[in-house]
Design a protein around this ligand. Structure first.
Ligand SMILES: CC(C)(COP(=O)(O)OP(=O)(O)OC[C@H]1O[C@@H](n2cnc3c(N)ncnc32)[C@H](O)[C@@H]1OP(=O)(O)O)[C@@H](O)C(=O)NCCC(=O)NCCS
Length: 431
């Protein structure tokens, strides 16, 4: 029986030698598939995935059980996986800040609830903080896992359906045009469109090579790294003919009732690109419904002649944000107004723990540790500061939820004046 003394944690970079993934890379990737109950990848799939991980500069954290012997898979395979890679986060005001992105977190059922996730994440966050990372981010399979490590819900995403029996006519005149393209063309156009949308969208993280390949139909998902059959694609051109949006989509087949177009990857730089691409999709004869994803304040219902054709069918958390370096994070942000506040931050990992003073004067922020005798106007956990930071959740909301404790009469108003944002944050990337 293994115990803590027989557990070995290793951090390494995925590797291809002469185009073939190394044994430790393969075992790590296979363990992720098992952890998420996905289909086993064949040799080609493993090679593609290893190449994508390398392109993203991913670091693997693996845990091995040194007493596992054949026939246990864990004689070779890790019992736990965890991966992290660098990206950028749009924090508003056109500011793209480095973000430490976490993914591929799995622990084998044979080794669950023995603290392996805790070991991997506390080590990785400490290494990231030491290396100067200001934020960490992830998307969560369950909402109950990561709050304890200081991650808060920062952005939300909606699923929607759109009835298209009568097409999807728009209220506004077209500002550009839509062209049908072969999905493979998106390999060329998607990177610039992803980058332009990222630069403009508060809360977004940078796209990866996986996203570009998925848009272009090179693969559907991590458990099917094979070209997607029957994918269709369209590009939106602005009034000057410059591409500013794309979508790739699949027909449900005639057995589906009603016949539906399902949007896979879609990315738009402007509202015109989003509404005009959707209207184009709605103009497909014989199709009665569109399904897709978008921001909570999607422009679609307001854009459409028939606003009720759009229906948000689900609303869920998407990006979870962890502030690793509070001073840099708060100094880098742009604020909705001038003001001054002292906050007490609780952080079980200690990184942001303590009393902090934020002062914004003529739009310039200064942040420093407040003297020990200072009276905080409010107290909150660092996970809730993650929710507040991008403007997705207000202090009033957090106070109503009982997670922001108010100690001074004007605290909520002051925080909400400071942290007000011009937009609701939105992150479309999955990782
Ligand atoms: C989620 C998962 C990685 C947890 O790994 P683990 O090694 O069992 O977790 P740990 O033992 O380190 O638990 C650390 C803490 O998180 C809690 N926790 C772990 N998983 C949890 C879950 N699914 N729901 C609620 N709490 C959870 C533990 O109770 C423990 O709490 P405490 O330290 O505050 O007492 C593992 O269950 C798993 O592989 N799940 C399937 C894949 C998945 O969902 N991965 C996450 C992708 S975002």
């Amino acid at each position: 029986m293994s115990d803590d003394s027989t557990i070995r944690l290793e951090r390494f970079e995925p590797e291809l030698i002469d185009g073939v993934p190394t044994a430790s890379t393969v075992e790590f990737l296979k363990a992720i598939s098992r952890g998420f109950h996905e289909s086993a990848l064949d040799a080609d799939g493993l090679k593609i995935l290893a190449g994508l991980e390398i392109a993203d500069n991913t670091t693997f954290t693996a845990v091995y059980d040194e007493v596992a012997v054949q026939p246990s898979l864990h004689a070779e395979a890790p019992v736990a996986t965890y991966a992290s890679f660098p990206g950028t986060l749009n924090i508003g005001g056109g500011n793209l800040m480095p973000v430490h992105q976490i993914t591929s977190v799995t622990v084998s059922p044979t080794h669950r609830r023995r603290g392996l996730l805790r070991k991997m994440i506390t080590l990785d966050l400490a290494v990231a903080r030491e290396a100067g990372a200001v934020f960490a981010a992830l998307t969560a399979s369950e909402a109950t896992i990561y709050g304890r490590f200081g991650f808060g819900r920062a952005t939300q995403r909606a699923r929607f359906t759109l009835k298209t029996h009568q097409g999807a006519p728009l209220r506004a005149e077209a500002e550009g045009s839509v062209v049908a393209v072969a999905p493979a063309e998106l390999k060329k156009y998607a990177p610039a469109i992803f980058a332009a949308a990222h630069a403009r969208t508060l809360g977004s993280v940078s796209a990866t090579e996986f996203d570009v390949g998925q848009a272009a139909g090179l693969w559907e998902d991590y458990d099917s790294l094979k070209p997607v059959k029957n994918l269709r694609a369209a590009l939106h051109l602005d009034a000057q003919g410059k591409p500013d949006g794309f979508m790739s989509y699949l027909f449900s087949g005639w057995k589906a009732d009603p016949p539906t177009m399902d949007i896979g990857q879609m990315c738009t730089v402007t509202g015109a690109a989003r509404r005009e691409l959707i209207s184009y999709l709605g103009a497909h004869d014989l199709v009665e419904k569109i399904t897709g994803r978008g921001p909570v304040d999607d422009v679609l219902p307001t854009s459409l002649e028939n606003s009720r054709a759009y229906k948000a069918t689900a609303l869920g958390d998407h990006l979870w944000l962890r502030i690793l370096d509070l001073e840099t994070a708060l100094t880098a942000r742009t604020y909705g107004g001038d003001g001054h506040i002292v906050l007490r931050i609780e952080d079980s990992l200690g990184m942001a723990e303590g009393l902090w003073e934020l002062a914004v004067e003529d739009s310039a922020a200064s942040v420093r540790r407040a003297p020990a005798e200072s009276e905080p106007a409010a107290s909150l956990d660092v996970r809730d500061l993650g929710s507040l930071y991008l403007g997705g959740f207000s202090a009033a909301h957090l106070a109503e939820a009982g997670v922001l404790k108010v100690h001074a009469a004007n605290a909520v108003q002051t925080i909400d004046t400071l942290f007000a944002t011009a937009a609701i944050p939105y992150c479309q990337a999955d990782f």
